[in-house]
Ligand binder design. Structure first.
Ligand SMILES: Cc1ncc(C[n+]2csc(CCOP(=O)(O)OP(=O)(O)O)c2C)c(N)n1
Ligand SMILES: [Mg+2]
Length: 431
């Protein structure tokens, strides 16, 4: 190797992060500091960013081990709202289970679950106004479900069938729903962050009252877009909430590769002079309260907030992944913050507002509901059945008037298809 080596000095060396547990390893989470619920102070929403610094290293928690809500962050929701939150999270899980199975049955090419992370999308969606604009990543299906978007439409998109409003142009699960104030999901990680800031700035420039919220995985915070979004947001005090869903994994890379060995993700806020909160992402009440705090702050022009949701990706990254190859199966069982659905369920039971029987009946009802929606969507076609949008539509909708060179290309493509596969009609139906 070229370069200058001084014999009397230790050679330079890099640190390459390595996850604590690999397949087959026993899991010991005693290194994680889990503070008791209710012990975190709740500053005023108008406080300076600096006053949130300690909260960037703490963990906002409301639900205690006794399943009671405690402390200044308790959002004090009524039982009906709590049951709605529970039901929405359970529906999200039932939907995920059914769609995962659909992928295994060959009805779609791809699916991504959010198991164990339901609170990080459902609770924020409930704390925001229904017309606040959201810029999600691919694991926030809970937002669309919270906002009452029809699950049949979600399935049509997953199947890329003839009723798919996106006409098969997006990867399954990459929804777009303007009517739900839900920005188009992009597979290009982190692009939603600067887009959310731009939208929030435009909202302020127009004198509107709607704010923006965006979500990103902890792995994706290593992208440059994350940092330019943070800079713009603090410089202009944009009314935006930045959610970082720290589920510990980015496909097979652990959070250490995005910097988790050095500091928390919430602490990223400090360097930008932004308010930051670190929250137990498996505690739906804490997530709700943190979002409400950040939304009130943004809406009163007190500035943006970064919220780290400390959680765990309970299942594979996607249907194309096998987590058994790179992490210990015990991680999920040992995760010290439990499961968000179970925690809210136990809370409602402790309040005398819910029971095991009611929960089992609800799960059955939701499963039937998702099954019926699946059957309904299947009438519009599934993968490989040819009931997709007509072939020629791929050239449409981008330009108001198709430019001459694209018109030529489309004519050529349609002609070649007719010659090569005369048995296929133009409508895309296979024999
Ligand atoms: C710019 C970019 N780089 C890489 C990828 C490939 N990729 C897709 S998902 C993913 C992992 C992201 O992990 P994280 O941000 O933690 O989100 P999570 O999947 O855990 O929700 C990667 C690397 C991509 N889609 N876009
Ligand atoms: Mg992740």
């Amino acid at each position: 190797m070229s370069g200058s080596v001084r014999g009397n000095m230790a050679p330079l060396a890099l640190h390459v992060p390595e996850p604590k547990f690999r397949p087959g390893d026993e899991v010991d989470y005693s290194h994680l500091e889990i503070p008791p619920a209710g012990a975190q102070p709740r500053p005023d929403e108008q406080c300076t960013a600096a006053e949130t610094q300690e909260l960037c290293f703490d963990l906002v928690r409301v639900l205690g081990d006794d399943h009671r809500a405690i402390g200044p962050w308790d959002p004090k929701l009524d039982a009906e709202t709590l049951r709605r939150m529970l039901r929405t999270m359970a529906l999200t899980r039932a939907f995920d289970d059914r769609m995962y199975r659909g992928q295994r049955q060959g009805k779609t090419s791809f699916y991504m679950k959010c198991t164990g992370e339901e609170a990080t999308s459902v609770a924020p969606a409930m704390a925001l106004a229904s017309d606040d604009m959201v810029f999600p990543s691919y694991r926030q299906q809970g937002i669309l479900i919270s906002r009452g978007y029809p699950i049949v439409e979600m399935i049509n998109q997953i199947y890329s069938n003839r009723a798919d409003k996106l006409k098969g142009r997006q990867l399954p699960i990459m929804y777009s729903a303007r009517e739900a104030s839900f920005f188009t999901i992009s597979g290009n990680l982190a692009t939603q962050y600067p887009q959310a800031v731009g939208w929030a700035m435009a909202s302020a420039i127009k004198g509107d009252t709607r704010i923006a919220a965006t979500w990103i995985g902890e792995g994706s915070t290593a992208e440059g877009d994350f940092h330019s979004a943070m800079t713009f947001a603090t410089v202009y005090n944009a009314p935006v909430i930045f959610n970082v869903v720290n589920n510990q994994w980015a496909i097979s890379s652990f959070s250490g590769f995005a910097g988790a060995e050095r500091t928390t993700f919430a602490a990223r806020a400090i360097g930008y002079g932004m308010a930051g909160l670190r929250v137990d992402g498996n505690d739906p009440l804490a997530v709700y309260a943190a979002t409400k705090w950040a939304a009130d702050r943004a809406r009163s022009n007190a500035g943006p907030t970064l919220i780290e949701h400390f959680t765990y990706r309970a299942e594979g990254h996607s249907t194309s992944d096998d987590p058994g190859q790179y992490r210990s199966a015990h991680e999920r069982e040992e995760w010290p913050l439990g499961d968000p659905i179970n925690r809210l369920k136990q809370h409602l039971i402790a309040l005398g507002e819910w029971s095991e029987e009611q929960h089992a009946a609800m799960d059955r009802e939701l499963m039937d509901m998702v099954k019926a929606a699946t059957k309904e969507a299947e009438k519009n076609g599934i993968l490989g059945h040819g009931l997709h949008h007509p072939f020629h539509t791929m050239f449409e909708d981008v330009f108001e008037d198709l430019p001459w060179h694209l018109r030529e290309q489309s004519e050529q493509a349609i002609h070649e298809r007719r010659v090569k596969w005369p048995e296929w009609s133009e409508e895309g139906k296979q024999p």
